[in-house]
Design a protein around this ligand. Structure first.
Ligand code: AMP
Ligand code: ZN
Length: 493
């Protein structure tokens, strides 16, 4: 199957082809940095990352831009509450977003533009719309987009333009609009905006950009007038993305976005998440409470981005076990004793049983696993299918190792290790999992010392002491595995 995406614009699965072969331009609506991001935001950002990784894995060159909204009603309100400017107020939230994204293994985007750095370009853009008769300044000093002058309005969200009647009033704030559907491009400054450092000079007087305008201007400035893919949470389809199309296509006369992808909202413990209900949880909180970032990432990938996903602490335990299974498999396979085929003598007929290394089905399983994995991802980034393919591969190779024992051929082992690493390049779980389970040198020395003491206790037949040491280690998440070769240890989460 070739790569297909569900395009919100056509409401269909469409084969994906970038405008310029081999090169993909992507813009994703990032966080409004008025507060710490919550786990729901990260469902969306993990979907961005999955797309980013998978396109690169598939051989595309990707340019990915994700903005940070630092000027809007919420950042201004927050800054005023603290008596500081929006710059000062939003900075820690922007940093928290980047830090938590890193903690979840989200690869850096090419650029994280902030709206306040593009105000000149925004003013210029509004002027262009005004020249084209698509914008007008109202009595309140704000500049609005004239929906009536853009007949294609509503194509993305399929809103019925007649459903909202011109002339009705929406808010006290915007009483001056000619048409209720019109939205603000440039908002006349109020004293509070000045106080929060959220007002700039413009041909229409002091003011600030509207939120929709910010994304049109930053995406066009950084990626050009036609983007291949634009993403965001499903809540952004209307009015945000509808308005972005009106502005961008109104100004350039070109197709703004070729594929629109929208991520379904995450539920938390079965409920809609909302700051007003107070049932949000942040990635930082979960990590502080000891949850494994790899397990968080695994749960966020456990359903395809368009399907319902319910994030639960119980599910997180299951994800932890799944991630542990991957790590155990990686260790088992990469440490499996091997013999080089080159060391074998003669042909298969003349080979003695002692020098014969059993053939395994691992290369075949690796190929089949990778094919299934790619099929799943090609099918509109179906991460659930892709994870399924990975775990089938793990189970099959484990069964094969049980069957053949060791040593196995080096090339067989390498084929398995490479397939695992390749799938993980897209999923991004193993490195995070290893990191979360790594210990510093002092702790490592301490663990080794405990293992030595336990061995001594067992030699002296003091089994109570030996068990006590095992329990102490287990309390710290260190699990021992005894075998003929000695005792191995691992940290589990
Ligand atoms: P915001 O910071 O509210 O502007 O949101 C940043 C991004 O997260 C946007 O793309 C939103 O659509 C998305 N988002 C917000 N809430 C959720 C949620 N519960 N699940 C998934 N994505 C969300
Ligand atoms: Zn946006």
């Amino acid at each position: 199957m070739t790569l297909r995406f569900y395009n919100t614009l056509s409401r269909r699965l469409e084969e994906f082809e970038p405008l310029e072969p081999g090169k993909v331009l992507i813009y994703g609506c990032g966080p409004t940095i008025y507060d710490y991001p919550h786990i729901g935001n990260f469902r969306t950002f993990i979907a961005f990352d999955l797309l980013h990784r998978f396109l690169e894995w598939s051989g595309f060159e990707v340019r990915f831009v994700t903005n940070m909204t630092d000027v809007d009603d919420k950042t201004i309100k927050g800054a005023l509450g603290k008596g500081i400017t929006i710059r000062e107020y939003t900075e820690p939230f922007g940093e928290a977003f980047l830090e938590e994204a890193r903690a979840l293994g989200i690869r850096p985007m090419d650029l994280y533009p902030k709206a306040t750095d593009y105000v000149d370009a925004m003013v210029e853009f509004v002027r262009r719309l005004e020249e084209k008769g698509l914008a007008y300044q109202a009595e309140d000093g704000s500049v609005y987009y004239s929906i009536a002058a853009f007949p294609e309005y509503g194509r993305l969200s399929r809103v019925d333009p007649e459903a909202v009647r011109p002339g009705a009033r929406v808010s006290m704030d915007e009483y001056a609009k000619e048409d209720v559907r019109d939205f603000a491009l440039w908002k006349a400054a109020k004293p509070e905006d000045e106080e929060a450092g959220a007002a700039w000079d413009s041909p229409w007087g002091r003011g600030r950009p509207g939120w929709h305008l910010e994304c049109s201007v930053m995406s066009i400035a950084e990626l050009g007038e036609t983007l291949d893919i634009h993403l965001g949470g499903e809540d952004l389809i209307f009015p945000h993305h509808e308005d972005e199309i009106a502005q961008s296509e109104g100004a350039t006369g070109k197709t703004f976005v070729r594929y629109w992808l929208h991520i379904k909202h995450l539920l938390l413990e079965g409920q809609k998440m909302s700051k007003s209900i107070g049932n949000t949880v942040s990635v930082g909180e979960l990590i502080t409470r000891g949850y494994d970032p790899a397990a968080i990432r695994h749960q966020l990938l456990s359903a395809q981005y368009r399907r319902e996903l319910n994030f639960t602490l119980e599910g997180l335990e299951g994800s932890s076990r799944a991630v542990q299974r991957l790590l155990d498999f990686e260790a088992r396979l990469s440490e499996c004793p091997v013999a080089d085929e080159a060391s074998e003598h003669g042909t298969s007929e003349t080979r003695t049983p002692e020098t014969r290394i059993p053939e395994t089905r691992i290369p075949e399983l690796a190929k089949a696993g990778l094919d299934r994995f790619r099929e799943g991802m090609n099918d509109d980034l179906n991460s659930a299918e892709a994870l399924g393919a990975l775990f089938v591969f793990v189970n099959e190779v484990n069964a094969e190792l049980d069957r053949v024992g060791s040593p196995i051929r080096r090339s067989d082992r390498d084929a398995g290790v490479e397939a695992l690493a390749s799938m993980d390049e897209v999923l991004g779980l193993l490195e995070l999992a290893r990191e979360a389970r790594s210990v510093d040198d002092t702790t490592e020395e301490w663990i080794e010392e405990q293992i030595r003491l336990r061995k001594e206790a067992r030699k002296a037949r003091d089994f109570a002491a030996a068990d006590a040491i095992r329990d102490t280690l287990a309390d710290r998440g260190v699990v021992l595995e005894d075998s003929a070769e000695g005792t191995r240890w691992k940290v589990v989460k």
